[in-house]
Write a protein that binds this ligand. Structure first.
Ligand code: NZQ
Ligand code: ZN
Length: 390
């Protein structure tokens, strides 16, 4: 049965090849000083930096820059950005890049005027935001996280060896996001397929929980089918606009409260991966793939109907002549075959993990879970299997 919910989505999406044309009109809604935040240079290589800078100048804005936001953004980087916001009285933070840049600008937004230590208050204690926040907007260059239309902000504290995710309420969502699928053409295949698994994982985290037959299940199945289809096309031809645009919009929808509003969800794969990321700094989507396969093979028996449905509705596997268990396992096998076909890494060693790290990763993982709540020992078994995966 659908549970009660309230849904609010305040992000304006400008989607398509000409979507950057909307930037000037959007900027008119904000004050004079803009913090332009970006990563380690990809936006300069694709010419986007020059285009954005010219629109900002044309709009008469004062421009402050925060550069070098790293994949898996750190708390140190957030503090650097918060200082820039305070020093320059920034009116809007414009993040241009992938999920790391957009997560980082949301963290800067809530931290700049926080009294006390924002890391403890917002990422360790999950307290509500009660200080001034600075509006945030984004121009997306990597499809995967959904950060462009949600309140998620995942930050790594290197000193504490913790990667913590926080979902902020609607007033922290980007006010507007510009999504031009052509910006993703330049992504290395490794990053493209990592993003593809990430968006799939967001959907599976919602799907593998609960026993009711709710609209969310059908939304997830449809999006997963669209992603699987477009992923194969994009792997073969990265400049196929239709495939890249399907992937971009699917990613935005996939990691949005919209998908799982009315039902329970899991998020255990993300919990384990975040700690894998804290120790290895691996690409998020690759870490998710490595964890997902052994995790789902551990829990499928506790949600066997949904895993069997996954096989038939997502992968098109015929139920004829199969016991439910066989069908459920065939769905997970199909997921593995898809990873291999697309070049998604499923081995933790390849992602930088060492055998010694595994117990620490298991012990520092926050245990959630839906069909089955794992113990730390079971998490360790999942990690060991992912470490040996071929
Ligand atoms: O730094 P630059 O030069 O921009 O290079 C980036 C980076 O090296 C590169 N890149 C991005 N767009 C490109 C490009 N290279 C060429 N052409 C382009 N168009 O790709 C690399 C990875 O970028 P990153 O932003 O780190 O990737 P992604 O979008 O996958 O973000 C991952 C981060 O988001 C968090 C993850 O944990 C991780 O920290 N997540 C955020 C979520 C949310 N906000 O809701 C949910 C997710 O589950 C996830 O946890
Ligand atoms: Zn994710």
């Amino acid at each position: 049965m659908n549970t009660d919910f309230t849904y609010e989505n305040p992000t304006t999406i400008h989607f398509g090849k000409e979507s950057l044309n909307n930037l000037k009109a959007e900027l008119a809604n904000y004050g004079d000083t803009i913090l332009l935040a970006y990563g380690k240079g990809s936006i300069k290589k694709i010419g986007l930096y020059d285009q954005v800078l010219s629109i900002l100048k044309d709009s008469g804005k004062n421009i402050v820059e925060l550069t070098g936001i790293m994949a898996n953004p750190t708390w140190e980087k957030v503090k650097e950005g918060a200082q820039l916001v305070r020093d320059n009285k920034v009116n809007l933070i414009l993040g241009v890049g992938g999920g790391s840049v957009i997560d980082c600008v949301k963290a800067i937004s809530v931290s700049a005027y926080c009294e006390g230590d924002p890391w403890t208050k917002y990422w360790l204690q999950f307290q509500p935001v009660d200080n001034e926040i600075v509006p945030v907007a984004s121009i997306l260059t990597l499809a995967g996280t959904g950060s462009e239309m949600n309140g998620g902000s995942v930050i790594t504290n290197d000193d504490m060896k913790l990667k913590m995710g926080r979902v902020f309420p609607a007033n922290v969502y980007p006010k507007f996001s510009i999504l031009n699928p052509e910006y993703t053409f330049s992504l290395p295949k490794y990053q493209m397929v990592s993003g593809i698994f990430d968006m799939m994982s967001h959907l599976m985290e919602v799907y593998f929980s609960g026993e009711d037959d709710v609209t969310s299940d059908y939304l997830v199945e449809g999006l997963l089918r669209s992603i699987i289809n477009s992923a194969k096309i994009a792997v073969a031809n990265p400049e196929d606009y239709e495939a890249r645009s399907n992937l971009m919009w699917s990613a935005t929808l996939a990691m949005n409260p919209l998908m799982g509003l009315s039902k329970p969800s899991d998020w255990m794969v993300h919990m384990i991966e975040h700690q894998v990321g804290a120790y290895t700094d691996c690409a998020h989507g690759m870490g998710l793939a490595a964890v997902s396969l052994p995790y789902y093979r551990t829990i499928y028996k506790y949600g066997i109907d949904k895993f069997a449905r996954f096989a038939t509705q997502v992968w098109g596997i015929s139920e004829e002549g199969k016991m439910k268990e066989e069908l459920a396992l065939a769905g997970i096998d199909a997921l593995e075959a898809f990873c291999k076909e697309c070049g998604i890494v499923i081995n933790l060693k390849e992602l930088g993990a060492t055998e010694e790290m595994l117990p620490d990763i298991a012990n520092s993982t926050i245990l959630l879970g839906a069909y089955k709540k794992l113990t730390h020992d079971e998490v360790l078994d999942v990690l060991k299997t992912a470490y040996e995966a071929v």
